[in-house]
Design a protein around this ligand. Structure first.
Ligand code: ATP
Length: 470
């Protein structure tokens, strides 16, 4: 059963409690950009740490790279992005609003409701462009770089008609670079460096996380479709004949991951992408879809990219990047399985899954984020029962300082009454609230209240850290 929570409630909580804010809001915003506040940063960092732990450090076949966002524009020609990384764009002849043709009902304009107003869709490239270097302004002159032109003709089967605007502008302007639309290419371009420096045994994977940028035609649905977002990607290099076996293993490994971070298995759906809809580089793709408040949509992807990328790099760079098997001495270009995750979509799924409204025994209501404890931005809130009683305050603050040293993600809160503090802690998913009361002054025990059950236990301060860590 999909979780019944509206997107508005999640957006509102995210803003109210300092998780996620609209980008540049004070100047009227910038469409498709979002800023993480103090709690959002913690949630995101904990998610990335956990991902890295699960997908890299707990395995013996994974390594990491961290490549530049700005890359030589040949990277994007070789990978096919300048030519094919496009979405179909249509424009309403009446109100001149533009839309992604595959996401709307084309019989009527979603903005002005005019019927039959769209012409032919054209391909809109999603890559952001910028200029690099101090000569970038002069370089905008229309002087053609002859070597690059030859290079392009050689590698595009002399079919000049294949030129698109991006190829052309990079010919006339050698300063043109792109903001990477995926982190994957930074892995492929370092493949040779890795095999020459680390000599990993095949199969092995290279992981990278970082920002990616796409000039989405219609950014929408909170952080789901942003223009700047974060990806976590793995390129897993295998012997060509073994790709199927590894692909199947990755499906299970990814399913286990989603269970681990607290997503309901029933809300995850595997979509075998039909052959006709596959990306230009893929021979097989499974989309992991999730029941978001906006409907069933892609959460992450798993693609069999064959040797598409490495072969293109060989063609465009004229470098030999074959992998040589140490045991058999056999040389070959590995095939690639690519699990590809988006941080924003995972966070949106996690918030959707965790958001719960409850009526309590005393008929009061609460909002509680039932986050996996490992993801909770704040682990413990420490409070004195009364904020105007000095011995309680002193003892609570002392305990706060010592817990903070050990557990880091600890908050001191003495605002309002204890009930209100619990509600505030529930709303941001804090698993434990520790209260110093009058008994604490006598016997060095505290009450620990559990977020999920709301039950309270008395625990000795001596054993508190052990208790909280369990
Ligand atoms: P979609 O079809 O929804 O546009 P995609 O198939 O183009 O997504 P991929 O290129 O497979 O996406 O990117 C891998 C992952 O990166 C996606 O599964 C998603 O989690 C994330 N992602 C892609 N585009 C965006 C975006 N605009 N905003 C946030 N996350 C994104």
């Amino acid at each position: 059963m999909p979780k019944e929570v509206s997107l508005e409630k999640i957006v509102s909580l995210a803003k109210r409690r300092g998780f996620i804010f609209p980008g540049s809001e004070i100047y009227g915003g910038l469409s498709g950009t979002w800023d993480y506040g103090p709690l959002g940063v913690l949630l995101k960092q904990k998610l990335i740490d956990w991902w890295r732990d699960y997908f890299v450090h707990q395995r013996s076949d994974m390594l990491m790279v961290d490549s530049s966002i700005l890359m030589n524009s040949r990277v994007w020609r070789a990978s096919g992005h300048t030519e094919t990384f496009t979405d179909p764009l249509v424009e309403c002849q009446n109100c001149h609003n533009r839309f992604r043709a595959d996401k709307i009902d084309l019989s009527i304009c979603p903005n002005c409701s005019k019927k039959n107003t769209f012409g032919e869709a054209r391909n809109f490239n999603l890559m952001f462009q910028t200029l690099i270097g101090p000569n970038s302004i002069q370089d905008q002159s229309l002087e053609i770089d002859k070597n690059k032109l030859l290079d392009l003709i050689n590698h595009q089967s002399s079919d000049l008609l294949k030129f698109n605007l991006n190829d052309f502008s990079s010919l006339v302007n050698p300063s043109l670079v792109y903001l990477r639309p995926e982190t994957a290419q930074g892995i492929f371009t370092n493949f040779k460096n890795i095999i020459d420096s680390i000599y990993p045994d095949i199969p092995f994977g290279l992981a990278q996380y970082g920002k990616a940028f796409r000039n989405e035609i219609s950014p929408r649905d909170f952080i789901f479709r942003s223009r700047e977002f974060e990806q976590l990607e793995i390129e897993y290099f295998v012997r060509p004949q073994e790709w199927q076996k590894h692909f199947d293993q990755w499906v299970v490994f990814i399913q286990d991951w989603y269970q681990l971070i607290g997503l309901n298995q029933k809300s995850i759906h595997l979509l075998e992408v039909p052959k006709g809809d596959l990306a230009h580089y893929s021979k097989r793709t499974i989309d992991f879809e999730y029941d978001f408040p906006i409907g069933k949509e892609e959460l992450s992807g798993l693609a069999y990219r064959t040797d598409f990328d490495l072969k293109n790099i060989v063609n465009f760079s004229n470098k030999n990047i074959e992998y040589r098997d140490k045991k058999t001495n056999e040389s070959f270009i590995p095939h690639v399985i690519e699990p590809s995750f988006g941080v924003e979509r995972m966070i949106m799924a996690i918030l959707t899954e965790a958001y719960t409204e409850e009526v309590m025994e005393d008929q009061s209501s609460r909002v509680v984020l039932r986050l996996a404890k490992q993801l909770a931005p704040i682990k413990v809130v420490v409070s004195p029962l009364l904020k105007n009683n000095q011995p309680l305050v002193d003892k609570a603050f002392l305990l706060f300082k010592s817990l903070k040293k050990e557990l880091k993600f600890v908050l001191y809160d003495d605002n309002g009454n204890i009930g209100k503090r619990y509600r505030r802690a529930d709303e941001i998913g804090t698993p434990y609230c520790v209260t110093i009361d009058f008994q604490s002054l006598e016997d060095d025990t505290v009450t620990v209240r559990d977020r999920d059950t709301t039950s309270q236990e008395r625990v000795s301060i001596n054993q508190l850290i052990e208790y909280l860590n369990q």
